[in-house]
Design a protein around this ligand. Structure first.
Ligand SMILES: Cc1cc2nc3c(=O)[nH]c(=O)nc-3n(C[C@H](O)[C@H](O)[C@H](O)COP(=O)(O)OP(=O)(O)OC[C@H]3O[C@@H](n4cnc5c(N)ncnc54)[C@H](O)[C@@H]3O)c2cc1C
Length: 382
């Protein structure tokens, strides 16, 4: 089989890349390969402990999106990418699919080994299956402690999970379960700025979440998080989350130390101009900043990667990603801590409360409605 554009991954980046490639090259044959049969809306995972959205509303079947946007959906994982032969090898059948242009968007699973002992004793609820495990273990808890270690590239979900879980525990009368956030080093300050970090800690505190600031985690044991100066006992320990690139058999010189694909501002790899990356899997170099690993950023990158893959088919010039927009979106964060937020811009608190969340919910609803083939929740019930 051969396609003009092959997209690997069916998340935010993969789907938007395939759609952009088709939009910019309407006659091109485009295939999207993903083992998961749905586009899964990860930002809403944090609402599931509170049953604030129905779980089925996080999933949008890929076959429907493919039909609607004119690309082929192949349900399989890619085991190996061979950029020299310009082909990918499917993981379960071994079938080879050739491409003219390739967009790699397989996401970035948790790096389970960056914190010693975490692999064995902690859950990584940024990954879908581990989130389900966290929820079922939480359901059984009537006392004890659940601790979230905020570390690595993606700390936001830990803060959000803690807020929604604390809120749910109080609502269900399970006051004997403690929720503790443990900040690795200055993780909160680095992401939100010192003043906003303090405010977010007090938003979480109002819901009953305790916080250990500026901790130095040494390792995770079966029932405790061992810090440089103390240990935090916990029956359930979750880590959110260091990230790493999935193994696609790519030459190591194309990858950074985390296994993410190094790309320039056109989102192409310098040594294979027909291989692009988008979303969590890409390490964009030479734009003066590392874009955060977010849904919004994945979509921005997908627009550029899909457009450039399409342009290469017709010999058109590749364009660089819109740096101003990347910087603007990277400067904004609005974590949903149990239904309350702080709107943070340029690492400074702008406005708090619950109303800025309406903007976020509007964006969620708009995005989901674009791909859904049936009605579904457009915001959490608070
Ligand atoms: C709990 C949580 C909350 C979040 N909250 C927010 C938020 O509020 N706002 C925000 O902007 N971002 C948020 N994010 C981040 C956001 O979800 C990610 O940045 C985004 O999902 C990245 O999209 P992606 O397409 O690169 O990767 P993913 O969404 O991880 O998709 C990867 C896709 O690739 C497929 N795949 C994996 N391996 C292979 C393979 N070998 N071959 C083929 N396909 C493969 C997977 O099945 C999946 O379809 C959150 C993330 C989590 C986990």
């Amino acid at each position: 089989m051969k396609f003009d554009v092959v997209v690997v991954g069916g998340g935010a980046a993969g789907v938007d890349s395939a759609v952009a490639a088709r939009r910019h090259a309407p006659d091109a044959s485009v295939a999207l390969i993903s083992p998961a049969p749905d586009l899964f809306y990860r930002p809403w995972l944090v609402y599931l402990p509170a049953a604030a959205v129905p779980s089925q509303d996080l999933s949008i079947p890929l076959p429907g999106i493919a039909t609607q946007h004119g690309f082929v959906y192949v349900k399989d994982g890619v085991g190996v990418v061979d950029p020299v032969r310009r082909e990918v090898v499917l993981a379960s059948t071994g079938e080879r699919i050739e491409y003219s242009q390739l967009v790699l968007a397989p996401g970035a699973p948790a790096d389970r080994r960056r914190i010693p002992g975490a692999d064995k004793h902690a859950l990584f609820p940024c990954d879908r299956t581990e989130a389900a495990l966290l929820f079922s273990r939480l359901d059984e808890m009537t006392e004890g402690t659940v601790a979230f270690l905020l570390t690595g590239e993606r700390i936001g979900p830990g803060l959000e999970y803690a807020g929604w879980i604390a809120r749910t525990l109080r609502a269900t009368g399970r006051d004997a379960v403690r929720v503790i956030l443990v900040e690795h080093g200055d993780a909160l300050d680095l992401q939100f700025g010192a003043r906003a970090a303090d405010k977010l800690v007090s938003v979480a505190g109002a819901l009953g979440v305790e916080t250990v600031r500026h901790a130095r985690p040494a390792r995770i044991d079966s029932d405790e998080l061992v810090l440089s100066d103390r240990a935090v006992g916990a029956e359930l320990i979750a880590v959110t989350s260091p990230l790493r690139g999935p193994d696609l058999g790519l030459p190591s010189e194309l990858l950074d130390v985390r296994g993410l694909l190094k790309v320039d501002d056109t989102l192409a790899t310098p040594s294979f101009r027909d291989v692009f990356a988008a979303g969590d899997f890409c390490d964009v170099q030479g734009i003066g900043m590392e874009p955060p690993k977010t849904w919004i950023m994945a979509r921005l990158q997908a627009e550029t990667a899909g457009r450039n893959a399409a342009a290469a088919l017709t010999g058109d010039r590749a364009v660089g990603i819109n740096r101003a927009k990347v910087a603007r979106m990277a400067a904004i964060s609005m974590p949903d801590v149990g239904g309350r937020t702080l709107f943070v811009r340029n690492r400074k608190p702008v406005v708090g409360g619950s109303w800025p969340l309406r903007l976020r919910y509007r964006m969620d609803g708009k995005y989901l409605s674009q791909y859904r083939d049936r009605p579904g929740a457009v915001r959490p019930v608070r």
